[in-house]
Design a protein around this ligand. Structure first.
Ligand code: SF4
Length: 338
């Protein structure tokens, strides 16, 4: 191996790391991944990008800073526009290479292919752009890509789980970089597990199943991450045992703000408790944990059909006839929604 390429452990990394690490290694490179997010990475990210951007992008810049100290030959920062037909990722993903080049960070040369599946299904051109500094031999590039795609498929397959009914099945929605960066999400998983919850993630449902259920939604969803969240909500609502939904969102994220509204409407129809956690660099564990404890208490009260329980949707569950969370109807509960 004679060249080193840096992969920031942020944003697209959390969805596609098997793909890109396998691809560059199969081309003969050494992939250097930044360490898990920590306070230094967060602080450096905050200082190197404009304040208006969302927390995941700030963290991305912190990871770039960490990699810049590693004596790299290249840094991989794709311009990710779309990874499927009729849906986009996010404008900030599209602008990442430009934001980095406009910043004061002294970085190694960028490998910045444009990935836009809305425009073309042809991967040849962006693969050639990715591999250009190392090889122009198409047979080698193609072989590396096939191997990488297989790794990615195997990884996604391993994430799919059978959903079992437990006392406290909680669906956690969020973009992969919010869900899987435990510094960013303030150890939310660990806390929920300590509270006795079973955590279900969107990736536990096969993509095809999520897409099939999403067809119940009357309009097209134009954002890939939004499709994943809404598809997971529909998929989980098909099964018994969903006790609550937590949506982990980022302050300043336009997509999250309107997807949140669409999700909550679906959950109101089924009277499923819902908590929206908005994260930014000022979020603290104490505030988050208090909210999680209150949320779990509410679900337990509700499960016990406690007479004093009034949901935030306006129902007094103690007076409802329906089987909360499984019947999917309002039964003869007379309370208004708001
Ligand atoms: S989708 Fe939202 S959280 Fe993700 S990069 Fe874009 S604005 Fe930030």
């Amino acid at each position: 191996m004679n060249w080193k390429i840096g992969l920031p452990r942020a944003l697209f990394y959390h969805t596609y790391f098997p793909l890109w690490t396998t691809f560059f290694e199969a081309l003969g490179g050494q992939v250097i991944v930044s360490p898990p997010t920590n306070k230094i990475i967060l602080d450096e990210g905050i200082q190197s990008v404009v304040a208006e951007t969302c927390l995941p992008v700030k963290i991305f810049f912190g990871h770039v800073q960490a990699l810049c100290q590693k004596n790299l030959d290249y840094l991989f920062v794709p311009r990710l526009i779309s990874v499927e037909k009729k849906a986009y990722i996010c404008p900030k993903f599209m602008g990442l290479p430009d934001m980095l080049e406009a910043s004061k960070i002294k970085h190694p040369p960028l490998i910045k292919p444009v990935i836009n599946q809305v425009k073309t299904n042809q991967v040849n051109s962006f693969l050639c752009d990715c591999a250009a500094p190392f090889t122009t031999k198409w047979s080698k590039i193609k072989k590396a890509w096939q191997k990488a795609m297989q790794e990615q498929r195997d990884y996604e397959q391993k994430l799919v789980k059978e959903i079992k009914t437990t006392d406290l099945n909680i669906l956690i929605l969020g973009h992969d970089y919010n869900l899987h960066d435990h510094y960013l999400n303030l150890g939310l998983w660990e806390k929920l597990r300590r509270l006795g919850c079973t955590i279900i993630l969107p990736s536990h449902f096969p993509q095809r199943e999520r897409e099939t259920h999403l067809q119940k939604f009357p309009k097209l969803v134009f954002w890939t991450y939004g499709k994943t969240q809404l598809g997971a909500v529909y998929s989980f609502m098909e099964q018994p045992g969903l006790k609550g939904v937590i949506n982990l969102t980022s302050f300043g994220c336009g997509i999250d703000s309107f997807m949140d509204s669409l999700i909550i409407r679906r959950l109101i129809e089924r009277q499923i408790p819902y908590l929206n956690v908005i994260l930014d660099e000022h979020s603290g564990k104490a505030g988050l944990f208090t909210r999680l404890e209150a949320f779990v208490d509410i679900i337990r009260w509700r499960s016990d059909n406690h007479q004093d329980y009034i949901s935030s949707y306006g129902y007094n569950v103690g007076t409802c006839q329906r089987d909360a969370g499984t019947s999917g109807s309002r039964g003869d509960c007379a309370a208004p929604l708001y």
